[in-house]
Design a protein around this ligand. Structure first.
Ligand code: PNS
Length: 161
């Protein structure tokens, strides 16, 4: 059974994440999408809501599950018997930091990292830009799954009241 993990903050999941998750799911028997729980950082959406949005966004991928983790990613990998981390690369600017983490995770626990170049149509997407645009009333409908779009609109409406 070939297993991999796709980790991240996913605050919220974008079409860029969905692209990488979908392609990684095609390469492994099981893919776990793992949301980082960062006790020092509240985030825009609570972790439970991010997981719920992710589950809806990947509902058509039967070999993908959604989980959360706290602490070191390699410890999560070890305890779940996952030998590979999958990361999306949007641009060269992502590469430097991602390379450092990949090398460190391999040194720490022998976990390999597979880089998936994002599709060019979604290479400019980031959760932070999506949140910024949605907060100021911009249209993010083409940037995120429908369920995320609806939730962002709800959020902006609530904040405006
Ligand atoms: O979506 P993000 O915020 O770019 O994801 C970053 C993430 C969660 C993959 C990274 O911060 C991470 O792995 N955090 C867990 C802590 C850890 O293992 N740190 C050592 C990395 S070498």
């Amino acid at each position: 059974m070939r297993r991999a993990v796709c980790p991240g903050s996913f605050d919220p999941v974008t079409n860029g994440h969905v692209d990488v998750i979908g392609r990684a799911a095609g390469l492994y028997d099981e893919l776990v999408v793992a949301v980082l729980v960062n006790p020092g950082k509240a985030g825009f959406f609570p972790v439970e809501e991010r997981m719920e949005l992710l589950r809806e966004a990947v509902a058509d991928l039967p070999n993908v599950t959604v989980d959360s983790f706290q602490g070191l990613l390699v410890e999560y990998c070890r305890s779940h018997d996952i030998p590979v981390i999958v990361k999306g690369l949007r641009a060269v600017s992502d590469f430097e930091y991602e390379l450092q983490m990949a090398q460190m995770n391999r040194e720490l626990a022998g976990i390999e990292t597979l880089f998936v170049p994002t599709a060019p149509q979604v290479g400019h997407l980031s959760s932070s830009l999506v949140k910024q645009i949605a907060t100021f009333g911009g249209d993010v409908s083409r940037l995120v799954p429908e369920v995320v779009h609806d939730r962002l609109v709800e959020h902006a409406r609530r904040d405006a009241q």
